[in-house]
Design a protein around this ligand. Sequence first.
Ligand code: PGA
Length: 248
Amino acid sequence: MKLFVANWKMNLEVGESEKLARACVQKLPKPGVTVVLCPSHPSISKVSSVVKGSSYKLGAQDCAIEDRGAFTGEVSAKDLYQLGCRYVILGHSERRAMGETDEQIRGKYMAAIRNKIQPILCVGETLIERRRKLAAKVVSRQLNFVFQSLQTTKDFQPIIAYEPIWAVGTGNPATPKDAYQMHSLIKKIIGEKFNRKKVLMLYGGSVDLQNVYSFLSTSEVAGVLVGGASAKPTLPELIQSASIDKKR
Ligand code: PGA
């Protein structure tokens, strides 16, 4: 099963989110592909009603560290769960760029797990870090920080989205080869930590209609995290082309 995660960021109004979700549910994804729609927080409730009872899943773009209390402006994982969210994107590079720290991301990660929401942890290096051959070091730090001393149940399956920052929103995607090279590092770290042979790694960064298949057909890549291209009216078409069938 491959995962297609649509990160609408803050690109759509509530009505636009609802409309796009409606257009999606009218066409089921191809077999073997699970689609997670991640609207902005104010749109979650409407999109939740649209996807209810369909095969589409609902996700959020962030959550708070705490479940309840005096945290003005925060949105708790507990409430997200009640609204139907079963996934949450955490540690996105756009949030890290606004000052979110590894420590905060770890707190959010624990909040998600506590509330039975599957976190999708984003990691990735900047162009300068890549040119300085620091990509592996940066991604290792991001992973180790979140996963150190994390207590989970045996059936917990981490999902990591490798999103090189130089590829996010730039129209300049990494190659499937770049993605699966990073997969081996992620597999090593996560595999050792959780004693798993299989690690679910998504690729994100300028995925579009033209290249989505090249990522999904790569066995090391368990799915894609799509930003800009997922917030366009052509999303249903993009989902349709997110097939793993070679004879599409
Ligand atoms: P992009 O964004 O597809 O627009 O590059 C990906 C992301 O931010 O998750």
